[in-house]
Structures are given as C-alpha cells and as structure tokens.
Design a protein around this ligand. Structure first.
Ligand code: RP5
Length: 154
C-alpha cells in the first residue's frame, strides 16, 4: 500500500516527478503514481484521489496548474503542489499558491519535486519513528556534503 500518491497533470511532468520518487525511494516511503489532468480528465482525478489510501498527495502541474487545488477539493488529506516550469513560470506558481480560503495546498518551489517528497515524508514521520530517523540521517548527509564542499574550495 502506498503512503504517497503522486499525480501528474501530464506525462510531460515526469522529470519533476522523478525528483520526488528518488527521494521517496531513498527514504523507503512507498508511493504510487498516475497521470490525471484537472482540465482534461476531471472525473479521473476524483476517482484516483478517492480510490487511493495514500496519506499524503503530491500534485505536479504546469501552466494553469489547477490540479493540486482540484485534488485538495476532493480530500482532507494534505496536498502538496509542485509548479512545473514553462514559458511563464509565474502562472503555475500563482495557480498553486493562491488557493482561496478553506482549501489549502502546500506549495513548494518551481520543479522542486524533491522538496515535495521531503515535506510528504516529514508529515508521515509524525507517526513513524523509523522514518524520522531516516530523515535526520538525510539532513546529516547534506550537512556532511557542505563540509566536504567547503574543504574542496579552500
Ligand atoms: C499541464 O499542462 C501539465 O501539468 C503540463 O505541465 C502542462 C502541459 O501539458 P501537456 O500539453 O504536455 O500534456 O496540464
């Protein structure tokens, strides 16, 4: 059973999704993925959200990125939106950030699939001590890399 459902507005968003799955695999968080467009397949979005037992949902979309908001409309589980870069960039960012009061979406930066995965893992870690430990180890690895990089530039 997957803990995280990753929805893509289009197959063309796959590179951003791979950033998320890379982190989730490393943290041993089970995930499932599907393509579902808020505009082209609204019924499919609802069916996938309602049919999934995942505790957190990551929704990845570009252009007029309605997908995270539409997903959030169908569930009270935490939804993390990832805007995908394109010709304008601000279009997708604002579509995800500017949700109306009452239906929140957590927004990460442009193309930041890895941060969406980490945020999802941190939410899951609230009730998972082993995952909490793995997240601390991941932070320690990042800190060690900064130390190593600093030595290399000296
Ligand atoms: C959005 O429109 C998708 O999330 C994608 O980022 C963008 C372009 O979609 P395609 O035309 O590549 O299917 O719905």
């Amino acid at each position: 059973m997957a803990d995280v459902l990753i929805l893509l507005g289009s197959k063309s968003d796959i590179d951003v999704a791979k950033r998320a799955t890379g982190i989730l695999d490393r943290l041993q968080v089970p995930w499932e993925m599907a393509v579902a467009s808020a505009h082209r397949t609204p019924d499919r979005v609802r069916t996938l959200v309602e049919g999934s037992d995942a505790k957190v949902i990551i929704a990845i979309a570009g252009l007029s990125a309605a997908l995270p908001g539409v997903v959030a409309a169908h569930t009270i589980r935490p939804v993390i939106g990832v805007p995908v870069s394109g010709p304008l960039n601000m279009d997708a960012i604002l579509s995800i950030v500017q949700m109306p009061p009452g239906i929140p979406v957590a927004a990460v930066g442009l193309d930041r699939g890895e941060n969406a995965a980490l945020l999802a893992a941190q939410i899951l870690a609230l009730s998972d001590a082993a995952l909490t430990k793995r997240l601390h180890e991941h932070r320690a690895e990042m800190a060690a890399k900064v130390d190593k990089d600093s030595l290399e530039v000296q």
